[in-house]
Design a protein around this ligand. Structure first.
Ligand code: ADP
Ligand code: ZN
Length: 628
């Protein structure tokens, strides 16, 4: 994104500046004249003590004296130590005999008649100059604050600094991969921007705005830019959170300004990122946020006010559509929703392809397998993986990126960088190895699980001391009850292996426990997989595109029952994984020993170890029973 700092009214601005500089220039000249004047008046004159003056008079060193309102100006004789200098001293009211003394020494004296300042002169010095000086000081200080805040305090509302504008985004739909549905719904908008008359002739009204909804990093900004790029129109963008930051009234002024600028440049795209920051529902909000509300109202007013036939289309992005104010979603505002969800396998492969275009990649690289190993990754992650891979290739002095670079990059994104300098004691290392093999073995021996791709006990910077990676053979959109239960068994398999081998347990399973509990809970509350609650919905996802926080929709008593039911599932899964590992204890030990030697075991090697000694007595997994 390149930032366009040029303001549209640049010509105007130049004139304004010129005027400003003229004023500054004038002030500078006046100041200099004033100072020089002062200098001339004061040079060559010197203050002396009153007693000195009396002495000089009595010693006949003084030629002439002039009285002013508060000073006595003394012209000494040429042969004194002061020479040509003019001296002065304060008028001492107590000394009533000054005149006698002067008379005695034959000194000429008189009173200076104060010069009456002409009206112009007095206006300049008493009125204009102080005023201009004050203004300059004010400017100076406010100018400072101005710069610090990055926006105009003085030029309130005219500020455009936070608006990003691009005349040509240069992004096209080709750059956005794996979002076919989203692109399809936006094609119409592109056509409209190309050719607004075509629509207005028939009388068709196009939506003023579309809301792009999806998790962070899925390419919402990119899509908005692509729409502008395809239609070859300017792109204005502003982040919702930047509206609501400083002073009350600022956000509204920004909105007004944004629309004004955009309408001048129509046809164009206005993109508002994180619109939930302003568009948060006003209901049930007791504390209230004046600033946000004002900004939202201004936005609504602007959206209603502008004439869409000119070709201004507003795109907004959010990952929390459920909290948006209903007013925003009314017809004539953001009445279209474009879902920009996490890409599926094919989408991920395409995104990888798009991003590997500018990178030298070996012909042997299989992007499909990288895509397979990154379920749940969004476009931003995938772009990052390609870049990490390229960095690793450079680090290893290679001219091309190879498969290994990308595989390592995937792990860096998932688990952090390898941390070879973290030294574990022998005992801890054994615990980690058994824990990880526990996960892997439960996964291999249960039926409804994904195959093991890799087991490693190389510590990673994001806190993992080791991990087991499972990869689905194909992209799945549905998960069965049996699969969910087996997943929980696999998650608990790590701790189970510690119990089976060491008869003691460690803190290493905290993350497993968290995930297992969450899965078990959603079986109870969201997916209706227990007999007790049948198909009753007990929780709903309130934050689907972010962390998936849940809201409970049931009585407190039921909440307690949910806990019981969740516990039942976890206990059953725990029991199952212990049973599986007890029955295959030799295999567990054998693979753990191999892992301690090699630190990393890949899926194929692992499976051949398992197959070599497969325990035929493994009966098929019976149902867990929640009705006991
Ligand atoms: P969002 O606005 O949804 O949070 P962005 O549009 O800012 O996400 O995406 C961040 C970066 O991730 C993009 O600049 C781009 O490099 C990459 N990216 C995300 N989604 C895609 C995609 N579908 N195709 C190609 N690149 C993508
Ligand atoms: Zn674990």
């Amino acid at each position: 994104m390149f930032k366009d700092n040029k303001k549209p009214e640049d010509n105007n601005k130049f004139n304004k500046n010129k005027f400003k500089y003229m004023i500054y220039y004038a002030i500078a000249v006046i100041l200099v004249v004033y100072l020089i004047n002062d200098y001339i008046v004061n040079t060559g004159s010197k203050q002396i003590k009153y007693t000195n003056f009396i002495n000089m008079v009595s010693q006949k060193q003084v030629k002439e004296v002039k009285f002013t309102k508060d000073k006595i100006i003394i012209y000494p004789n040429k042969d004194t130590e002061y020479g040509d200098k003019i001296l002065y001293t304060g008028r001492l009211e107590e000394d009533k005999e000054v005149l006698d003394r002067l008379n005695k020494s034959n000194v000429a004296y008189d009173q200076v008649i104060p010069k009456q300042d002409g009206p112009i002169r007095s206006f300049i010095f008493n009125g204009l100059l102080p005023f201009l000086l004050l203004m300059m000081i004010g400017r100076f200080f406010f100018g400072r604050i101005d710069k610090k805040l990055g926006s105009g305090v003085m030029s309130f509302g005219k500020n455009t600094a936070k608006i990003y504008a691009e005349n040509e985004t240069g992004v096209t739909f080709k750059d956005v991969a794996g979002q076919e549905e989203a692109k399809e719904s936006l094609v119409e908008i592109v056509d409209f921007l190309h050719n607004p008359q075509k629509y207005s002739q028939i009388g068709a009204k196009l939506p003023k705005g579309a809301l792009l909804v999806g998790p962070p990093g899925t390419g919402k900004t990119l899509l908005a830019k692509a729409v502008a790029g395809e239609a070859k129109v300017p792109f204005f963008s502003l982040s919702g959170s930047s509206f609501v930051e400083m002073f009350v009234g600022m956000g509204a002024a920004r909105v007004r300004d944004l629309f004004k600028q955009a309408q001048e440049k129509a046809p164009c795209i206005i993109f508002i990122d994180e619109i939930d920051a302003i568009g948060k529902s006003r209901e049930g909000n007791i504390s209230g946020n004046d600033e946000r509300e004002q900004t939202l109202n201004q936005l609504l007013a602007e959206m209603d006010g502008f004439d869409s036939s000119k070709g201004v289309v507003i795109l907004a992005a959010t990952n929390r559509p459920e909290i948006l104010d209903k007013a925003l979603l009314r017809p004539g505002r953001f009445d279209r929703r474009v879902i920009v969800d996490r890409p599926d396998l094919k989408g991920r492969e395409e995104i990888l392809k798009v991003h590997s275009k500018g990178v030298k990649i070996s012909d042997t690289v299989d992007l499909n397998s990288i895509a397979k190993s990154t379920p749940g990754a969004v476009g931003a992650d995938l772009a990052n993986i390609i870049n990490e891979g390229a960095l690793r290739a450079v680090k290893n002095n290679r001219e091309e990126v190879i498969q290994e670079d990308l595989e390592e990059a995937v792990e860096i994104i998932i688990a952090g960088k390898e941390k070879k300098d973290r030294i574990l004691s022998g005992k801890e290392k054994r615990a980690v190895a058994f824990h990880e093999v526990g996960h892997a073995l439960v996964a291999a021996l249960l039926t409804h699980t994904d195959p093991v791709h890799k087991i490693t006990i190389v510590p990673r910077t994001m806190g993992a001391l080791g991990y087991t990676m499972q990869l689905p053979t194909e992209e799945k959109y549905l998960t069965t009850k049996e699969e969910m239960f087996d997943q929980i068994c696999v998650m608990l398999g790590g701790r189970a292996a510690e119990e089976v081998e060491f008869k003691s347990i460690s803190t290493g399973a905290s993350n497993d426990i968290e995930k297992a509990t969450e899965t078990a809970r959603s079986m109870v509350t969201i997916y209706g997989m227990t007999d007790r609650f049948d198909m009753m919905g007990l929780e709903s996802m309130s934050n689907r595109y972010l962390d998936g926080r849940r809201a409970t929709n049931c009585s407190e008593q039921t909440v307690a029952e949910i806990d019981e039911e969740t516990l039942k599932i976890i206990k059953a899964a725990h029991k199952k994984s212990i049973q599986v590992l007890e029955e295959n204890k030799d295999l567990l030990t054998k693979i753990a020993v191999r892992l301690l030697e090699k630190e990393t075991i890949m899926g194929e090697e692992f499976m051949s170890l398992v197959k070599g000694e497969e325990n035929d007595s493994m009966e098929s997994i019976e149902e867990f029973d929640t009705n006991k």
